[in-house]
Design a protein around this ligand. Structure first.
Ligand code: ATP
Ligand code: MG
Length: 337
């Protein structure tokens, strides 16, 4: 498996009037070529912050970033501004949260593509740009006529398709998609996701697909990363995520149960009780302890063990490296309730 993108101990704090508030806390993961890694978590868990930190797009005057981001073999935070501009679009591209509203209203779709191509390849001929643009539009199921349209003439789904095609224009190897279909109706959402899956397979892309919707991500991704209070708590294979007998982090279990279930013709949704953690007052242990139905006495205060195999989990309950610790955990569980 070829590593396309990795982060090591990526940590971000925002400078606010109340002081530095953490938003991302020591996030380490690897995204491989030819895979879709889904990233899920509640609103405010740090998903967009992770995406922006990976792209090196956070304002350095208002944020403190620590840790490392590697795009292929290149350390992103060590690159010059010039090298970074080359890397954006050509190596790594991003579809931003609500980016369909970021299309320039006074530029036609074709002009958006022309600007993008010429900014990176100034010698490109207009005829070639036109041909490439049409081919990209066709890949996202848009007709060639759309090239002359202005953003206000397009539906939300069409705009989102334009934004995805633009992100693919310079043939990046890594694509980050931050809630790319959240504002769209379910039918359009489904057809765009089908196209994203086909494009990913054809181009052998590495895709980081961000969503707060666990069921949507589990239908699309090969692996699923789960984020809580700025930390990764689990990375699971999709097959394990959909197999209910597999033990997960209690937060992941909560997200799985929070997806709508249809039983006896009735839709049942079971939410996760409690409020997301207050990022400015985090306990030294697990940030989820207060809402966790399986918490132990040690969860609040003690550093949380991590278990790395081909997957990842960060939880006191999952500290099952030996049968002894397994039975100990069960005992503590009984006492902790
Ligand atoms: N520019 C900023 N200044 C200060 N705090 C910020 C800023 N941007 C984000 N935050 C805070 O950082 C935390 C993570 O926010 P982020 O937008 O990354 O979450 P998210 O998981 O993408 O949420 P959503 O699902 O709503 O998009 C939140 O507590 C948020 O309030
Ligand atoms: Mg977000």
């Amino acid at each position: 498996m070829t590593e396309a993108l990795s982060t090591d101990g990526l940590t971000v704090s925002y400078d606010t009037p109340q002081g530095l508030v953490p938003a991302l806390r020591g996030v380490s993961f690897t995204l491989y070529r030819d895979e879709i890694l889904g990233l899920v978590g509640e609103s405010g868990s740090g998903k967009s912050t992770l995406a922006m930190a990976i792209m090196r797009l956070l304002d350095p005057d208002r944020t403190q970033v620590k840790g490392e981001v590697m795009v292929g073999s290149r350390p992103l935070y060590d690159l010059s501004k010039g090298d970074l501009r080359h890397l954006w679009w050509e190596e790594i591209a991003m579809v931003f949260q609500s980016s369909m509203n970021a299309l320039n209203p006074v530029l036609s779709v074709g002009e958006h593509f022309t600007d993008t191509f010429l900014a990176h390849r100034p010698a490109m001929k207009i005829a070639e740009i036109r041909q490439k643009t049409i081919s990209l539009l066709e890949q996202v199921q848009l007709s060639a006529q759309v090239i002359r349209s202005y953003p206000h003439e397009l539906s939300g789904g069409m705009k989102q398709r334009v934004v995805i095609a633009l992100a693919l224009a310079l043939d990046p190897k890594v694509l980050i998609m931050d809630e790319p279909t959240t504002a769209l109706d379910v039918v359009v959402q489904h057809s765009i996701l089908t196209e994203v899956a086909a494009i990913q397979r054809e181009r052998h892309l590495a895709v980081l697909f961000i969503s707060h919707d666990f069921s949507l991500v589990s239908g699309l991704a090969h692996r699923i990363a789960v984020m809580y209070a700025g930390e990764l708590v689990e990375i699971t294979e999709k097959s394990l995520a959909t197999n209910s007998s597999n033990p997960h982090h209690p937060y992941t279990e909560g997200l799985i149960q929070a997806t709508p279930q249809i039983t006896g013709g009735r839709v049942r949704i079971q939410g996760i009780p409690g409020e997301p953690a207050d990022m400015s007052h985090l306990a030294p242990g697990c940030a989820f302890w207060e809402r966790c139905t399986k918490r132990l006495d040690k969860c609040k205060m003690l550093p949380v063990p991590e278990k790395h195999t081909h997957t990842f989990i960060r939880c006191h309950l999952m500290d099952l490296s030996s049968s002894q610790s397994h039975s100990q955990s069960k005992e503590e569980l009984a006492h902790g309730q």
